[in-house]
Write a protein that binds this ligand. Structure first.
Ligand code: SF4
Length: 699
């Protein structure tokens, strides 16, 4: 207390994808406080409560400080040395592969570690250890946007810069609640001086909808129907940008034919919206005098038809020519601090650097640059998260390595994940904390450093690369994930990773790997250049433009497809929800972020007493007052929320922000995914967390 800092450094915040830069105040090389960076072009001097408390969560008593090993199935976790921990992991994994085949191991990683660590993990697991299957918790948040952009634009390329929040005349948020989920980005919307129309399309009257100029309170999962009806109205009223369509897109004629069955009258039973309301919105988003931007997050991504929904948004931006210009775009806002880095460098959905496992030229390039035999690179994509879980259940996967994520809490229908533990011969968890639900049941816990205790780069939602710095020592003998991967690479054997000596050495390797790709960053020389420029958005090829200038994609109308045209993609929506409400389970359960002061499963943020005080102290369920009256439920009563998979107790909050027949639970509580119904988007395999059938009972 009372220490006076003697130096300052900067680092990108390690929670959400906004990518705020923080100034860390140091005393003898250790951070003793922080403030938001005023001159950084992302946060402009602001930080949300999570960012302000970023250091506090490092001091928690349940930090993992030493490797823990369960030597016998029914025994407890006991402290061990790094040598024994790494040796045991290598021998157990090799033994599993010898008995069950190369493909009997898998890993599940995260969007929370820097690009260099993600790349090391993905390369070590797949090229070094011979795993075929690995995925990340980004499957739960961004896989849909990835699939949608790849199919429509030819590459996973969110096109915008944050300046578009301030330069739009009409901002349409679909299934997004930035006032809570991305509070600093929401401040940028509020600083828009063009008197914008702000439209929120969401079943709930969220915090964002409260501040919007228009709230479209549609039925849950009525979004795809509505988006097609908007396209139909725009077409019928001749408000399309024909010049843009002719020059830069393909597939519009087929889309026009498809829209025949999607008049506002025909979709009314699915959207719950009057035809007049739909037509009025269609006129607003196709006004040729206005810059219209579309923004989506988890309401779209976490859906069993999320990819086509995202593409229906993209279609609307294309047909109105709202692409590549200031204040426009079809823009997915990412979730985690390095979800964008995961999309390019985790070596899971894509081969390193946004390459493709199925493309022989890409395999040859990566093998050449990494100095390894091409046969080490698989020729097809590995399994997605849910397929890995299916593989465990079938007995195909016997060894699992989980890094910086907590599926026992976060996986949809979590009860199923929890029952799979006994099917695994060896479960390794690598995490900052020893107390997570998943760490509690592992065979080996590898204690990892957290944000602030290591270095590397994150890539934020607008594709901006920013550097993170080590400003604390990890507790006990915990090591950075990078150093853990280094130990494993040495112990596994082979000479693949001789050049992977430090995060910055790997960063330079990654810049070379991206050369010639849409995400080319070969013009970035290292961390110093990133810091000096105030972060650098990709692409930034050699001899790129001024790195500090903000850049949006597709300003020249050329996309990354073979014919350089963006594609119209569409499918008929499903008539029914995957789990329709019925007499026994009459409510639709919506889940989502409940507080700007908590992060996902609260593994870190629950460690801060300040963040706990800023959030509700117990689990609550939002219920419409008319539903509460029917069930005899009063404000703050304890109610049981029950699905076919389980039940939980929550405090009733009666609120007209809900529509009758719907209830809302914040996703942060460890019990919520006991209830959720597992269904998946067929293109992205992202789970649909937003619509499960439940009953409520007064307790
Ligand atoms: Fe910024 Fe997100 Fe960190 Fe909050 S959590 S300070 S919005 S990066």
């Amino acid at each position: 207390a009372g220490a006076v800092p003697d130096a300052v450094t900067t680092s990108i915040c390690g929670f959400c994808s906004t990518g705020c830069r923080l100034r860390l105040h140091l005393k003898d090389g250790e951070a003793i406080g922080l403030t938001p960076e005023a001159r950084y072009p992302v946060n402009l001097g602001m930080a949300c409560p999570k960012g302000w408390e970023a250091l506090a969560v490092l001091d928690a008593p349940d930090r993992a400080t030493v490797p823990l090993l369960r030597e016998h199935a029914n025994g407890g976790l006991r402290e061990t040395t790094w040598d024994h921990a790494i040796g045991t992991m290598v021998s157990r994994f090799k033994d599993i592969q010898a008995r069950h085949g190369q493909e009997s191991l898998a890993f599940i990683s995260t969007g929370q570690i820097p690009c260099e660590e993600m790349a090391f993990l993905g390369a070590l697991a797949k090229f070094g250890m011979g795993m075929k299957h690995g995925d990340g918790n980004t499957r739960q948040c961004m896989a849909t946007a990835v699939a949608a952009y790849k199919q429509s634009f030819g590459f996973d390329a969110p096109p915008y810069t944050y300046a578009d929040f301030e330069e739009s005349d009409v901002l349409v948020f679909v299934g997004a609640n930035p006032a809570i989920a991305h509070p600093i980005l929401w401040q940028r919307v509020l600083s828009n001086r063009r008197s914008p129309e702000i439209v929120v399309i969401d079943p709930r009257r969220t915090e964002t909808a409260h501040s919007a100029t228009r709230h479209i309170a549609l039925k849950p999962k009525g979004d795809l129907w509505l988006l097609y009806a908007l396209a139909r109205c725009i077409m019928d009223e001749g408000r399309i940008d024909q010049q843009f369509l002719n020059a830069h897109t393909s597939g519009f004629e087929e889309f026009k034919t498809f829209l025949a069955n999607y008049s506002p009258e025909e979709v009314e039973k699915h959207t719950g919206l009057t035809p007049d309301a739909v037509r009025a919105l269609a006129r607003l988003v196709s006004d040729p005098t206005k810059r219209v931007s579309w923004w989506w997050t988890m309401g779209v991504n976490q859906s069993y038809e999320g990819t086509r929904t995202a593409q229906a948004i993209i279609n609307l931006a294309l047909m109105t020519g709202n692409m590549g210009k200031p204040g426009t775009g079809a823009n997915s806002i990412t979730g985690q601090c390095n979800a964008m880095g995961s999309r390019l460098f985790s070596n899971t959905t894509n081969l390193l650097g946004g390459h493709d496992f199925t493309n022989p030229a890409h395999r040859e390039k990566i093998a050449r640059l990494l100095g390894m035999d091409e046969s080490r690179i698989q020729r097809e994509n590995g399994w997605a998260y849910d397929q890995i879980i299916d593989g465990i259940e079938r007995g195909d996967i016997k060894g699992l390595w989980i890094i910086a994520t907590n599926p026992s809490h976060s996986w949809i229908n979590q009860g199923r994940f929890q029952t799979l533990r006994d099917k695994l011969e060896f479960l390794v968890v690598q995490d900052m904390y020893s107390s997570t639900e998943t760490a509690q049941v592992c065979d080996l816990l590898l204690p990892a450093a957290g944000w602030g205790e290591k270095e590397g780069v994150f890539i934020n939602s607008e594709r901006r690369i920013g550097a993170i710095r080590q400003v604390r020592k990890p507790p006990g003998v915990a090591l950075s994930d990078f150093r853990i991967f280094r130990l494993l690479a040495n112990a596994w054997g082979g000479d693949l990773f001789a050049e992977w000596t430090s995060p910055e050495a790997v960063f330079r390797l990654l810049t070379k790997i991206t050369e010639g790709q849409p995400c080319d960053i070969s013009g970035i020389s290292g961390y110093e250049m990133i810091d000096a420029a105030g972060g650098i958005q990709w692409p930034y090829p050699s001899n790129g433009p001024d790195p500090s200038r903000e850049r949006r994609l597709f300003a020249d109308g050329r996309f990354y497809t073979a014919d350089q045209r963006a594609k119209f993609l569409f499918d008929a929506p499903a008539e029914l929800l995957p789990e329709e409400p019925d007499g026994k389970y009459p409510f639709i359960l919506l889940t989502g972020r409940g507080s700007s002061s908590q992060w996902h499963t609260q593994t870190r943020t629950a460690k801060s007493s300040i963040l706990r005080k800023l959030s509700p102290s117990e689990l609550y369920v939002d219920i419409h007052p008319s539903d509460a009256a029917r069930y005899g439920i009063s404000e703050h009563d304890q109610v049981e929320v029950v699905s076919r998979r389980g039940s939980l107790m929550a405090r009733a909050w009666l609120t007209p922000t809900m529509q009758p027949g719907q209830v809302f639970l914040p996703m942060h509580d460890s019990e919520v995914n006991r209830l959720t119904h597992a269904s998946f988007d067929p293109h992205s395999r992202q789970p649909s967390y937003k619509a499960s059938a439940v009953a409520i009972r007064k307790y």
